[in-house]
Write a protein that binds this ligand. Structure first.
Ligand code: OAD
Length: 281
């Protein structure tokens, strides 16, 4: 339950609109997707220096294809089963009511879009999309095709060469039919997620700054705020004169520099915020 002073703060922060959200893995935990750094998080079981880099993953694929396939299966299992939870739905309701002007997310799970959010800035890409490495054309990779691909990978986990040919089928060359309109430059498609050491998509970063430039409140939900450049956005918002609040199960790396921290689960606190604002979820 929000305290009286928290309810007053919610009214002050939200009722004058121009609220932007920055979300991290914590908002999707209640949808069944593990976070990265928490207990049971992905990086507890897989070393990010290997599994979050292109070079590391390529080496696991070449040397120990079965381990590679196990990682892909685990990675997609939760993503394929997840559905938007009350926190994602609350953001969609805040956008519909005109209070939220957009959500900037570090998540790749597509759940904000599935909840109905329209302005979603994806800093780290989207696991349900492939992108041409030459012309950057992005194409959706539907859940059904991912299921097919993961199942084929599982059946061929013993053979590096078979795995490569499966990837070639699901990530063909640009201009070779996949689904929807593709470019035509013959570049190779790859999963449209940002790995460690890679640049963030320039256009998305520009959209994130533009949203923050116009916001009065930046609300961070479910992020440890340890991964840059995303973690620099709350500090940028403060420099621009915005209030910065966070909703997190635990303190984040920047809690001390944030105006107010709501402590608890996003799927509980965000619906309570809707109640205070008298917005239907
Ligand atoms: P982390 O796993 O680092 O942090 C998750 C945060 O969510 C923690 O601060 C938790 O306290 C909080 N949390 C957990 N359950 C929650 C709940 N129910 N409600 C609210 N908060 C909750 O995830 P991110 O900060 O998103 O990057 O990680 C940032 C980036 O690091 C990811 O995008 C990914 C990762 O490596 C790339 O892969 C490039």
């Amino acid at each position: 339950m929000l305290k009286k002073k928290e309810k007053d703060l919610v009214k002050r922060c939200f009722l004058d609109g121009k609220v932007v959200f920055l979300t991290g893995a914590g908002i999707s935990l209640e949808s069944g997707i593990p976070t990265f750094r928490g207990k049971g998080g992905l990086w507890e079981r897989y070393d990010p220096d290997t599994y979050a880099t292109i070079e590391g993953l390529a080496s696991v694929l070449r040397r120990t294809p079965r381990k590679f396939v196990r990682f892909v299966e685990e990675f997609y299992e939760a993503l394929l089963q997840a559905k938007p939870n009350p926190a994602h739905l609350a953001l969609a309701a805040l956008e519909k009511s005109g209070i939220m002007s957009g959500v900037i997310t570090q998540n790749i799970d597509n759940l904000h879009q599935r909840a109905g959010c329209r302005t979603v800035v994806e800093l780290h890409g989207n696991a349900f999309r492939v992108r041409c490495q030459r012309c950057a054309t992005g194409i959706p990779l539907e859940a059904q095709r991912i299921r097919e691909m993961v199942s084929l990978l599982g059946k061929n986990a013993h053979s590096y060469r078979s795995l490569l040919s499966i990837f070639a089928r699901y990530c063909p060359r640009c201009g070779v039919a996949l689904s929807g309109a593709a470019g035509n430059c013959a570049g190779r498609f790859r999963i449209d997620v940002v790995f460690f050491g890679e640049m963030l998509p320039e256009q998305e970063v520009a959209r994130a700054y533009a949203l923050i430039d116009r916001c009065r409140t930046l609300a961070v939900v479910g992020s440890s705020l340890v991964v840059y450049p995303a973690a620099s956005l709350p500090l940028y918002a403060k420099q621009r004169g915005a209030r910065v609040i966070e909703i997190n199960a635990e303190p984040s790396a920047l809690s001390a520099q944030i105006d107010y921290s709501f402590t608890g689960k996003a799927g509980v606190i965000l619906p309570e915020i809707l109640d205070v604002l008298k917005i239907a979820g």
